[in-house]
Design a protein around this ligand. Structure first.
Ligand SMILES: Cc1cc2nc3c(=O)[nH]c(=O)nc-3n(C[C@H](O)[C@H](O)[C@H](O)COP(=O)(O)O)c2cc1C
Length: 203
């Protein structure tokens, strides 16, 4: 069968995207609210771009409040400060990650609310999650406003990695110890526990 996005409503197209682009990495993002508290939210429309300089991007849609579209707190903070921290989500923190996606009022310290510990960063004025084994301090670059619903594709430059000693083996991240999760569809998640190694063909 075929699905023509021109004949479907936005929710249906969103489902097709969420079900076809799988599994997705999850950027678990902290930003600084105006009062200094920490905003925390996950974003799975998230991709790496290139290593030199290290760039990645998150796509932040607008929130529907009745008939009104509203800018999400993460984007609001990034536009004001130009800074964010992206954390990788391990299976042990899946439930907390999900809790942090709740639509709390602006200014609520979501890091504290879900019971996580804040640590200061070195190059950005944003708290990072002490319990997260990988935290990437980032500066926001260009934002592209795309699509009818004014989704913001925010390009981020990673300026410093914090990686827990316990998950590093021979200078590389040990995936067994990291135990990251991915997102499948809208409410599904996948583990990275079953993996295979495959070298690329060389001619
Ligand atoms: C696993 C997961 C991934 C999500 N990915 C996105 C995403 O890529 N883009 C987006 O706009 N919202 C995404 N959301 C919804 C946001 O996390 C949610 O709207 C959140 O309340 C935004 O918080 P903020 O207003 O504090 O920025 C996702 C939610 C979950 C649970």
């Amino acid at each position: 069968m075929q699905f023509d996005p021109n004949t479907l409503d936005e929710a249906r197209v969103h489902h097709l995207m969420a079900d076809s682009i799988v599994p997705r990495p999850i950027a678990w993002v902290t930003t600084r609210n105006e009062d200094g508290s920490t905003n925390l939210a996950p974003f799975s429309f998230f991709m790496g771009i290139c290593p030199d300089p290290p760039l990645c991007a998150i796509a932040v849609s607008q929130r529907e409040r009745g008939d009104v579209l509203e800018v999400k707190d993460t984007r609001r903070n990034i536009e004001r400060t130009g800074e964010l921290v992206i954390h990788t989500v391990p299976a042990a923190q899946l439930e907390l990650m999900n809790q942090s996606s709740a639509d709390h009022a602006y200014g609520v310290d979501e890091l504290e609310l879900v019971g996580l510990t804040a640590l200061p960063c070195e190059q950005v004025d944003v708290a990072r999650i002490a319990e997260a084994p990988i935290a990437m301090e980032c500066r926001a670059g260009r934002t592209l406003e795309l699509g009818d619903s004014a989704t913001a594709l925010i390009v981020c430059r990673i300026v410093l990695w914090h990686v827990a000693d316990a998950i590093v083996s021979a200078g590389r991240i040990d995936f067994d110890k990291l135990d990251a999760v991915g997102r499948i569809g809208t409410t599904g998640y996948s583990y990275t526990r079953k993996r295979i190694k495959l070298a690329r063909p060389r001619l």
